[in-house]
Write a protein that binds this ligand. Structure first.
Ligand code: ZN
Length: 485
């Protein structure tokens, strides 16, 4: 019988790096003996000293069945042609920092009960739980991704969880940021998050870091942790986190979301690629919308953040196949997971052999921070404030206010008298505009109206001005009865 044996990551170095080994054998025992004959270094990993009995910390799965639990005895289980055996070592590898520190970890009876569903899993056991308790994980951001991430890491018993955050809870966060309750609106996120996580698991240490991550603080902060989990929503921080994780040698469990799409990977691991190997430079300003502009489905960060928690826990336990060198993409609308391989780029500016990025960089906050717009470069753009605009309107001055948001946004709230003319339709509909007319451009917060300004200016329109802060500023300063979104 020709069978395939899947070799897990921690054991591959004993099998010449192979992911799958094909062997001949009529039973599981035969197949394992053939495997050990082909790769002698694996023999001591799989078998006891007698060379026959499978070690107690190695599980062998035939399809989805653990052959240990089959009545005939694992070695005698018959195989069919084309069968696949999977080796699952219960204890192997893991991040050296936590593994070393886990030796002295003790558990109270309460903790034994709390983690009992882990302790009875052969892939975790008491030893794995000790590793979780010894592990130190830094979560960047306590928003949509950071919510499920920190909640599951805390619940799982990760002993030290750092949280970097400086924002306050907004009502518009509650739709997806499940760390927070409606009663938390207005509170600092860090305070509410620490309270919630400590209530969830008082056995662990929560370190709140009330700061904006920067080149000045990132290296010292990362040095205190074993694993970084990146739940940021903006590119400057994403590159800062990537570069610092490479520079400090800490794996970076990455997740990102946009509308219905998600991505997960593990960057910066030893021998693995980094985010810059995939995307060498940040995208140009304005090309990628922030969450506030693009929207995000409430449940999506729940899925992606949970996948990040899964990868963090796998890294700590040293089990399974981490997403190193693999980018998993989720299309939630089509319900498709797809995966691409990412290789380390030998010309990578930070993890390559000749790096040009040797210290953390503070990129300009060009593409929206924490979902806020209004960070675009509006240099040279004629602007007016909502107060100025309101005064002119009251004085009876004629105006043409072009609202460059989408129709479905105009349905939520609109400045009286505004004409909806979406930025996305501007190139195709520009001929409808008259270059002799003075247009006041408005959007949600002010980003898209600046983009519209540049497009129109290029097309020869000279009489343009941008309403600073858009409809949101209008709702705040001029008509507080209007809804904000
Ligand atoms: Zn790289």
């Amino acid at each position: 019988m020709s069978v395939s044996i899947l070799i897990p990551t921690p054991l591959r170095r004993f099998a010449g790096g192979a992911r799958t080994v094909s062997v001949q054998g009529a039973t599981v025992g035969d197949a394992l003996s053939a495997l050990a004959a082909a790769h002698p270094d694996l023999r001591t990993q799989i078998f006891e000293d007698d060379g026959i009995t499978v070690r107690s910390f190695v599980n062998i799965f035939l399809g989805s069945d653990n052959v240990r639990t089959l009545s005939v005895g694992s070695e005698g289980v018959p195989l069919k042609d084309g069968d696949t055996l999977t080796l699952v070592p219960a204890i192997a590898g893991g991040s050296s920092a936590s593994a070393a520190a886990s030796v002295d970890v003790q558990f109270s009876n309460n903790e034994i009960q709390r983690y009992s569903r882990h302790l009875i899993m052969p892939e975790v056991t008491l030893e794995g739980q000790k590793r979780l308790k010894a592990a130190r994980v830094l979560c960047i951001g306590a928003g949509g991704l950071g919510s499920p991430l920190t909640l599951y890491l805390a619940a799982a018993g990760v002993g030290t969880i750092g949280v970097v955050e400086f924002d306050t809870v907004d009502l518009s966060n509650i739709q997806r940021q499940i760390l927070y309750s409606t009663s938390d609106v207005g509170r600092p996120k860090l305070e509410a998050a620490a309270e919630r996580l400590r209530a969830l698991n008082p056995e662990i240490q929560i370190n709140p870091h009330n700061l904006r991550l920067s080149s000045a603080n990132v290296l010292d902060l990362f040095a205190q942790y074993d694993i970084i989990a990146d739940g940021t929503d903006n590119f400057p921080t994403r590159y800062l986190v990537n570069d610092a994780s490479v520079l400090t040698g800490k794996p970076n469990v990455y997740g990102s979301i946009f509308r219905f799409d998600g991505q997960v990977s593990v960057f910066g691991a030893a021998d693995g690629p980094c985010y810059r190997c995939l995307f060498p430079e940040p995208p140009p300003p304005g090309l990628v919308p922030s969450c506030a502009e693009g929207g995000v489905l409430g449940v999506l960060p729940g899925i992606v953040g949970s996948l990040q928690a899964l990868e963090v826990i796998k890294l700590i336990l040293g089990v399974g196949e981490p997403l190193i060198g693999r980018l998993v993409m989720l299309d939630a609308l089509g319900f498709e997971f797809s995966e691409v391989s990412i290789r380390r780029d030998p010309t990578c500016a930070v993890c390559g052999p000749n790096p040009t990025v040797t210290a953390p960089i503070d990129y300009d906050l060009f593409c929206g921070v924490r979902g806020e717009e209004g960070e675009v470069d509006a240099t040279g753009v004629p602007t007016l404030t909502v107060d100025q605009f309101d005064a002119r309107r009251r004085a009876g001055e004629a105006f043409t206010l072009l609202d460059v948001r989408e129709e479905y946004e105009a349905e939520i709230v609109q400045i009286p008298g505004a004409v909806t003319f979406p930025l996305s339709e501007l190139p195709a509909r520009m001929h409808e505009l008259d270059s002799a007319v003075t247009y006041t451009l408005s959007c949600h917060h002010g980003t898209r109206s600046v983009q519209a300004f540049h497009q129109l200016r290029k097309a020869g329109f000279g009489r343009l001005q941008v309403l600073m802060g858009g409809v949101d500023a209008w709702a705040v300063r001029i008509d507080p009865t209007l809804p904000r979104y």
